[in-house]
Design a protein around this ligand. Sequence first.
Ligand SMILES: Nc1ncnc2c1ncn2[C@@H]1O[C@H](COP(=O)(O)OP(=O)(O)OP(=O)(O)O)[C@@H](O)[C@H]1O
Ligand SMILES: [Mg+2]
Length: 379
Amino acid sequence: MEPALQNMAVSFSTFDRLKSKGVAAYQKGDYLTAKTYLIEAAESLIELAEATKSPEVQRQHEEIAAELIDLAKDCDHLHKSPKDARRRQREKEDDSGASASDWIVKDKPTIGFDDIAGLDDVKEEIRLKMIYPFAHPELAKKYGISTGGGLLLYGPPGTGKTMIARAVAREIDAAFFLVSPAQMMSKWVGEAEQNVQKLFEAAKAEDASVIFLDETEALVPKRKSGGSTVMQRVVPQILQELEGFDRNSDRALLFIGATNRPWMLDEAMLRPGRLDSKVYVPLPDAVARMRLLEIYFEDRPLADDVDFGDLCDKLDGYSGADIANIALQSAQLPFMEAIAGKEARAISYKDVLAVIQSTPPSVKQSDLVRYEKFFQGRD
Ligand SMILES: Nc1ncnc2c1ncn2[C@@H]1O[C@H](COP(=O)(O)OP(=O)(O)OP(=O)(O)O)[C@@H](O)[C@H]1O
Ligand SMILES: [Mg+2]
């Protein structure tokens, strides 16, 4: 295993261990010890936030770290005035009955499949699981085609995994539940098991729902690799909930996991009835790169000399996120000039080229080889 990946795994379980120790000390009323562990837990989560590439997950990590620091501050106060301690602790315990809405993000995404370049196989797989069976219930029954199920999206960073999970919910008009592993484990009193149960209960109450678990490998590492005890209890529970969902009922549940380290997942997670469809989300091919250029330059002024066909060739090896970023940076050049008082000109071919030349692709060739190997079942 590459050292960077190993570190990630270690620090996630480090966070979990520190947090659990902090919570246990808090519940025992040992506020000084609790404070130390909670601050360390917050620090390790901030480290994880810095390491992750997903801005959404980063924001969640930071929010949880802030909550942990608040709790640590509480500890300080409670240690100094023990009289308040009992009352405050009771309040925290009542909090554990708080609704799942505390930590589940349920919303209606605004992006659809059309906003996503390429990934036709992924889109079709999702249509097969969620859209066609709904549109043709009689035929689905006749051929024994059930609705929903589990889907694992894996591939290099910045290829549209998070984006597509959000878009699915809009395509099928489903409720969208976004769960991050850190969030799931962050509620100190209500433990992870209850959180999983609340999540599935909330999802089952909707006609159609999509549960999206980003950074899946953080919650479900291979069981033998150790991990934390909370994770070891939670993995089988998620698997059970997935299997126990009636796929022939009139309600539909699609569970989507996303990861850029698929080799870290527990094989049990990938068996039939669970995350049984694995879909590789690769770097964009030429057609997808062309569409990405259209999407990200569409609303920006472009000079006539910009040749998308040529840029498309030059961008071989770049991810969707890279291309979105290159478009932004190219626009910044004339923008800055205009701010400085020059005439507001269109983005030129030279601008785009300069940005491409100073920006290498974010995904390394050696990482790509590893995804390809996993895709072919050799990892
Ligand atoms: N196929 C695509 N079509 C359009 N935009 C894309 C595509 N892929 C990536 N992008 C752009 O890159 C950004 C990051 O994409 P996204 O968060 O979906 O990547 P990801 O695959 O989930 O990455 P990670 O593995 O790091 O979580 C998107 O917000 C979007 O701007
Ligand atoms: Mg993502």
